[in-house]
Design a protein around this ligand. Structure first.
Ligand SMILES: [Zn+2]
Ligand SMILES: [Zn+2]
Length: 202
């Protein structure tokens, strides 16, 4: 990792290019980079990303897009395409999130234990609601889907009110998969036809 200056090295830098992985601080943005960030702030706001005066960049981006601009752009384009809005502060870590109204705990699993894919599959998690409606999708972007995780997704996909979507083109990138557990009412065409992706060479 390279840095434009000490300020970027201290964590106040963004990566604009995955090929060079240089972290650049706002003071050293090119005019084009500054304009891009301003544009993404506005578009991020429109897909539910909140202002956060405590963050040096002023916005509460999810992990990944907070530092990597290509991820930020890919996330925004995906959310715009599906008319989604980011949801914050939801503790419920369960495949039921898109079809439930619970916020912290649910009764899905045996003995009231959450019915979530294992932690390797339940990675880089974000929750999204329809811009004019209820919960739409919980997105996982894991490096791999474990056997246990796949079984959970398959069982969950069998439900009438759920459509699971697995794609190779995640917005997190870096070799991760996109796994969307959609509320069937909000699901895009093609979701629900599950096909396990081939294992990737890491
Ligand atoms: Zn700098
Ligand atoms: Zn649940």
């Amino acid at each position: 990792m390279d840095y434009c200056c000490k300020r970027a090295h201290a964590g106040a830098g963004l990566i604009f290019n995955r090929d060079d992985m240089v972290q650049i601080c706002p003071r050293h943005f090119s005019p084009e980079q500054a304009a891009l960030i301003e544009d993404l702030d506005a578009r991020g706001t429109a897909v539910g990303v909140k202002r956060n005066p405590d963050a040096w960049h002023g916005m509460a981006w999810p992990y990944g897009p907070n530092v990597q601009v290509p991820m930020r752009l890919a996330m925004i384009e995906w959310a715009e395409k599906h008319k989604l809005s980011l949801v914050y502060r939801q503790k419920l870590s369960c495949a039921c999130w898109p079809t439930s109204s619970r916020v912290s705990k649910c009764d899905c699993g045996p003995n009231g234990v959450k019915f979530a894919p294992d932690s390797a599959t339940w990675d880089h998690v974000t929750r999204w609601k329809a811009r004019r409606g209820g919960r739409a999708v919980v997105v996982l972007q894991p490096y791999r889907i474990s056997d246990e995780g796949w079984e959970t997704l398959t069982r969950w996909n069998d439900r009438e009110d759920v459509a699971v979507e697995v794609r190779p083109d995640s917005w997190y990138g870096i070799g991760t998969l996109f796994v969307g557990i959609w509320n069937a009412e909000a699901a895009p065409a093609g979701a629900g036809r599950l096909e396990r992706p081939a294992a990737r060479v890491q």
